[in-house]
Design a protein around this ligand. Structure first.
Ligand code: ZN
Length: 137
């Protein structure tokens, strides 16, 4: 496994981005709307991974509800796996509770699936399928 991204819930990308770019000096390499997750996200590479800032498209989306409940802050971490179906079968066999029984479509059209935080010691973990041949060296 490799770290893919760390996702941070924010109320407004426009308000928060200057902190990451001008104050911390990171570069925003793209923004994308992921309708399936109800977010607009901004990507900021750091080392081999990246930060993803998530702005909810509506207050009823999962990230919108998270903001209402807990405010801005760390939302989830994304870990890369070679084969997401195999990884989910491995977790299921060990009794790990999954948010997504089947992979769905995430940012950049990649296959993703979330584990339930109740089975991951309070952390929302997302698996992201990145086959070995598509990894950067
Ligand atoms: Zn994510």
């Amino acid at each position: 496994m490799r770290l893919d991204h760390i996702a941070i819930a924010v109320r407004s990308l426009d308000e928060v981005l200057p902190f990451y770019t001008e104050v911390l000096g990171l570069t925003c390499t793209g923004q994308e709307i992921v309708a399936e997750q109800g977010v607009r996200l901004a990507m900021l590479p750091v080392g081999e991974g990246r930060l993803e800032l998530l702005e909810p498209l509506s207050e009823h989306s999962p990230v919108g509800r998270f903001l209402a409940r807990r405010g801005e802050g760390l939302h989830h971490i994304g870990l890369q796996v070679d084969d997401i179906e195999r990884a989910l079968a491995h977790l299921r066999a060990r009794g790990i509770r999954l948010v997504d029984e089947e992979p769905r479509c995430g940012a950049e059209g990649r296959k993703i699936a979330f584990l339930h935080p109740a089975s991951a010691h309070g952390v929302l973990i997302e698996l992201v399928e990145v086959p070995k041949e598509r990894r950067e060296p």
